[in-house]
Design a protein around this ligand. Structure first.
Ligand code: SAM
Length: 185
């Protein structure tokens, strides 16, 4: 089974955006305990390739098409994440440890989102897709504007089962553009 209930979020995004297909190359940032990685690895199948990264180890074994290492996405360079690049899909479910200070948590979430977007801008194939979690706040429009620079399609998805008290949302970019404008890391 899946180690975290959060798998339904990726499942819903996958069904709505038609994200993951057999043979794809996927990068999963903030992968622990491992539900998204397991779901994505199953969807891409034995001909796909998945790299998962988190500050913490996974609680689940992954099939052979998937690999994992412990690392900090804010510290790692793009090269360290490029094992299976160029990617078809970059996922980020990264979230800070919540401190209780909503504004501090939002700022930290924005930082993680922007780092994931910069990685995606660097390592995605043209036409590739990005899914990034962000806590809703005053930075949300900035994140969306930055994402639109790199992707032809942009949408906001708040999965059905998301707890009402949660203020997280996923910004999805589809159709990675060919132009290489820079997003600062
Ligand atoms: N998608 C995962 C799953 O389905 O099992 C759940 C991810 S959990 C909501 C958020 C994760 O982001 C945590 O495991 C946390 O360690 C990770 N994270 C937070 N900051 C990070 C960073 N700087 N680099 C890598 N991972 C980070």
């Amino acid at each position: 089974g899946f180690p975290a209930r959060s798998v339904y979020k990726l499942e819903e995004i996958d069904h709505r955006v038609r994200l993951l297909r057999s043979g794809m190359r996927v990068l999963d940032l903030g992968a622990a305990p491992g539900s998204w990685a397991l779901y994505a690895a199953q969807k891409i199948g034995p001909n796909g390739k998945l790299l998962a990264v988190d500050l913490k180890p996974l609680d689940v074994g992954l099939p052979p098409q998937a690999s994992f290492f412990v690392g900090d996405a804010l510290e790692l360079g793009n090269e360290a994440l490029a094992l299976h690049a160029p990617y078809d899909v970059v996922l980020s479910d990264m979230a800070p440890n919540t401190s209780g200070n909503r504004f501090a948590d939002q700022a930290r979430s924005f930082e993680l989102f922007m780092r994931a977007l910069a990685v995606a801008a660097n390592l995605l194939k043209v036409g590739g897709a990005f899914v990034g979690k962000i806590f809703m706040g005053e930075d949300l429009p900035v994140a969306r504007t930055e994402l639109r620079k790199h992707f032809a399609g942009e949408r906001l998805i708040r999965p059905e089962g998301t707890r009402t008290v949660s203020y997280e949302v996923f910004i999805i970019g589809t159709g990675r553009r060919a132009e290489t404008s820079e997003t600062p890391a």
